[in-house]
Design a protein around this ligand. Sequence first.
Ligand code: AMP
Ligand code: FE
Ligand code: FE
Ligand code: ZN
Length: 284
Amino acid sequence: MAVDLHLHSNISDGEDTPERVMELAAEANLSHAALTDHDTVDGIDRARLAAERSGIAFIPGVELSVDHDGTKIHMLVYCLEPGEGPLQSRLAGLRYGRDARNTQIVHNLNRLGYEITIGDVEKHAAGPSIGRPHIADALIDKGYIESRDEAFTDLLRDGGAAYVERDRLTAADAISLARESHAVPVVAHPVTMCLARDGYGRVFRELTDIGLGGIEAHHPMHDRELRTHITGLAKSLGIAATGGSDYHGSTKRSYRVGTGTGDLRVPESSVESLFAQRSMTGSD
Ligand code: AMP
Ligand code: FE
Ligand code: FE
Ligand code: ZN
C-alpha cells in the first residue's frame, strides 16, 4: 500500500480539518498518514482519532522552517508527540515569532495601500499557526488579489514588496531538539534548497553527521529523476527516504492526498526506514 507523510490541516495553513484530512487519506487507500502542520502539534490528537476510526496508521509530525548556512530548509519532524518535550516547548516561541512578523507584513501592506488588519488575517486561521497564506486569504477576501498563488508570486514571496524575514531555528538546533524529543528530523522537499544536483550530497552528509534521519524524496515538486536521486542518496547515507503530497486543501493548492499532482506514490517501506531511525533518537 502507499502512504502520505506530508499533510497540512487548518490548524496551520491547510484548508481542511484534521479529521477531513484523515478521511481523504482513507479514501486514497493509504496504510499510513502523517499530519505535519507548520510549527504546531495542536491538530495531532484530533487527526490520530480520525485516522484510527478509518483504520489508518497515524504518524504525528510537524514542519519547521530552518536556516542552514543562509539556505532556507523546511524540516519535517516525525514521531513527535504533543505534550512536554524540548522541541514541543520551542514551538510556542516559533509561533510568537510568526505573530510578530505577521504584524510587520500587515504594516508593510498598509503602507503599500492595502487596507487589511491583523484581525482580518486571523479570521482565516482556525489554529495557532498563522502565516503568509492567511495574509493572502485576507487580501483575497478584500478583493485585492484572486489567489494565494498571486500573493506568492509578488507581494508576499521571499524578498517581495511586503515580505519580512522571521526568526528560524538553525538546522543543527532543529535536528538536536528533534532527537532530544525522541523524534526523527527529515529534510522536506530538497528541491526548494535550489542546489545543483551534485550539491545535495555534501549538505546531506553534513546534516546526517549531526543526526538527520531522512530526506523527503517523493514530493510533487520533484521530477521522477530527482525522486530516484534522493532515494539513492538517502540509502547511501543510511537514512530514510520519505515522501508525501504536501496537501493543503482541495481548492487552495493543486496537490491531492496520496497522489500529489497524479504521479506520486510513496512506498510503505519509507515508514519502516523512518521507524528504524526512531530507535536512534535520544536515550530515554
Ligand atoms: P510562512 O510560513 O508564513 O513563511 O509562509 C510560507 C508557507 O506558505 C509555506 O510553507 C507554504 O505552505 C505556503 N506557500 C508557499 N507558496 C505558496 C503558494 N504559491 N500558494 C499557497 N501557499 C504557499
Ligand atoms: Fe504550508
Ligand atoms: Fe514545506
Ligand atoms: Zn508542507
